[in-house]
Structures are given as C-alpha cells and as structure tokens.
Write a protein that binds this ligand. Structure first.
Ligand SMILES: Cc1ncc(COP(=O)(O)O)c(C=O)c1O
Length: 361
C-alpha cells in the first residue's frame, strides 16, 4: 500500500515538474518580430518591477480618506517636485512657483491652453518646434476651444517647445523664441538621457525666474512608469495656476493619487540614487554607440542632431526594417513630412536588445 502511495506521489511530482519546465521555458525570439518602438522604457521597467505598492484600508486622519488626501497629498507632491529639481536638476524653484499636477505632460499641455485662452480672453494662436503637437492638437480641439495653430512664426501668441526635442534631440533656448508666451516640455531633460545631474536647459530655468510668461511641464512617464500618468506644470502666474487647476478639476478628479504615489516612490527608491540613473544612461550610451557604428555597415543615415533622446531617427522606412531585420520601428511622419523615415527606440528590453544585436551584427 505504502509502495503504491509513494509511486503515485512520484508520478505527481514528475508531472508537476514537466509542467513547470514547460511554463518557464524561454520564448524563442529568433523568429519573432521585434517591436522596438512603443517608445517606452522597457529595460528600466524590467529592472524596477515588481513594485511593492500596498493599499491599506481607509483610516481617515491616518492614511487616507479624501479629506486627508486633500490636506496632505499636495504638500507631499510639492515638496517632492521641489526636491527633485534641486537634487536632479540643480535648480531652485523660486518661492512663488506654483505646481499643478495632472495625468501626464499631455494633460498639463491641455490645461495650459485652457488657462491661457481664458486669461487672455481671446482665441490664442500657437506654433511649435515639434510636429507631434499638431497631431495632439487635432484631438485637443475637441475639449479645448479657442486655440488655433499657425505656421506663421510672427502671429503666434504661444510657442510650444520640446527641449531636447523628440526625436532629434535639439535644445532650444528661450532667447531663440519670438513668441510672447512659451510652454516648454522638458520630459527628455533627465539624467537618464543626458548623463548629467543638472538641467541642460539652464537658460530656460534662469529665464523662468524672471519671466512669468514662461511655463514648464514635465512628467515621470519617461522614467520607467509609462502606465502611471503623473505630470506637472510649473508657472509663476497665479491666474494661470488657478485656471489650470480648474481644467484638471473639470477633466478628472484633482489628479491621480496613485500616479503621484508611485512617482514619489520611484523617486525615493531609484531616481534620487545617482548610480541607478548613471547605470541606465550608460546602457543607453552603449546601445547608441553600437547603433551608430553598425548603421554605417547597413548604409543607414541618422538624422539626430544630438543623441539625448532614446530614439535614433533614421532614413529607413518601417518596411525596410521589417524586411531586413524583422524589427518594427515607429514611423517618422510625426516629425518629418515623409513616411520614409523611422525612429528606433533604444529602450527595448534586454532580451529583445540581445536578439536585435544578433540580427544587426
Ligand atoms: C515630447 C513628449 N512630451 C510628452 C510625452 C508624453 O508624456 P506623458 O506620458 O507624461 O503625457 C511624450 C511621449 O512620448 C513626448 O515624447
């Protein structure tokens, strides 16, 4: 009887083991299409996950409850954004800087459009150095009225500037802008992309302290938490701050508390730590250098002005990448008038990167 029982037990263990080996078998990437360009930082996500987020029950006055959050979360987030600027950007935000939070940079841009047309009480004309905003604007006009886009530099009220921009990596100083109002998107001005523990837009931050018509937006999506939309807008104009908050209030709850919490946690645990940033920057640098070196062999032209953004902007089409390396990159049409170009994301997961190298060598 005992013998049969042991035999059955062994059989169960063997079956379990086969099943285990089967499910944990490595996926064979060799014939798979590599999707390099969802434009998010996969290799960083790999290294920071799983995040330990514990949700606790609602104990008003202690850990939660809407009244508690209203009272304390803003305070925490403001302190966090100020410290982030001091430690990671070497920037002291002046005491009159208002910080407005929302779901990602995109929402803060819309909030600013809303606030500015309301403050000026007229239809505002905008232009930009980055084509992606024309695309974005097509959607935004459904919710933000009284905003028009113009190609004419001289008659725009607001210039929307991405610095460094995506995908070319161009830095634009406020002194190069003719428009009275400027909205800067600085999502790529981060140690991870620049290798510097200070801003590369120093003129912008100096000017921001002198000129209340400059607005700056940023977010933590480009630091490994793309699904967690947490962005902020900096302004020294009290009226703009008030209208921007009004916009965020209309669109959603005040802001995504979970996004803010994860953003703060990411900062405390990783971003604050210089080595973490530098290690990731070094990975990107190595990949960039490798790409540039091998690109010559494949007759690929690279259009980037600087390589500060995690995209390499090439003269090859998606079809070309698919045919030659079975790699799907993203179209360059947001940035250039032709679809013959594509951008290649260097932040793909390590597994995909190794396979890409095997094909590209
Ligand atoms: C220039 C630029 N700004 C903003 C965003 C989006 O940021 P968020 O996720 O914070 O809305 C992107 C994302 O690709 C971007 O390239």
């Amino acid at each position: 009887m005992n013998f049969i029982f042991i035999l059955l037990l062994l059989l169960v263990l063997v079956v379990l083991n086969i099943n285990y080996t089967y499910t944990s078998a490595k996926i064979d990437l060799k014939n798979e299409t590599i999707i390099s360009n969802i434009a998010e930082p996969y290799f960083i996500e790999d290294s920071i996950s799983p995040f330990n987020v514990s949700l606790t029950s609602d104990r008003p006055n202690e850990n939660g409850g809407l009244s508690y959050l209203k009272k304390y979360t803003d305070k925490l987030n403001i302190a966090f954004v100020k410290e982030y600027h001091k430690i990671c950007k070497n920037v002291n935000l002046s005491d009159d800087t208002e910080i407005i939070f929302g779901s990602g940079t995109t929402m803060m841009i819309a909030a600013l459009y809303y606030a500015l047309q309301k403050k000026l009480n007229k239809i505002i004309k905008c232009n930009t150095n980055t084509k992606i905003f024309y695309k974005l604007h097509e959607k935004l006009t459904y919710i933000v009225k009284n905003v028009e886009w113009t190609d004419n530099n001289s008659d725009a009220d607001l210039s929307v500037v991405v610095s460094p921009n995506n995908p070319q990596g161009i830095i634009t100083k406020p002194s190069e802008i003719k428009q009275e109002y400027m909205l800067y998107d600085v999502v790529y001005d981060k140690t991870l992309f620049t290798g510097k523990h200070e801003t590369i837009n120093s003129e912008l931050f100096n000017e921001f302290n002198n000129n209340k018509k400059i607005f700056i937006c940023n977010s933590f999506s480009k630091l490994g938490i793309p699904g967690v939309r947490f962005g902020f807008l900096l302004t020294r104009d009290k009226e703009i701050a008030e209208y921007s908050r009004e916009f965020v209030d209309i669109i959603s709850v005040r802001y995504t508390t979970v996004g803010a919490t994860v953003g703060r946690m990411l900062y405390e645990k990783y971003i604050k730590n210089f080595n973490w940033d530098y290690n990731n920057y070094n990975i990107l640098q190595k990949r960039t250098n490798y790409f540039i070196e091998k690109a010559k062999k494949h007759n690929i032209q690279i259009f980037n002005k600087t390589l500060m953004v995690p995209f390499v902007y090439t003269d090859k089409s998606i079809d070309w990448w698919l045919k030659n390396f079975n790699v799907e990159t993203r179209k360059g049409s947001d940035f250039n008038d032709t679809d013959d170009n594509s951008r290649f994301n260097l932040m793909i997961s390590h597994e995909n990167w190794d396979e890409f190298v095997r094909r590209f060598n």
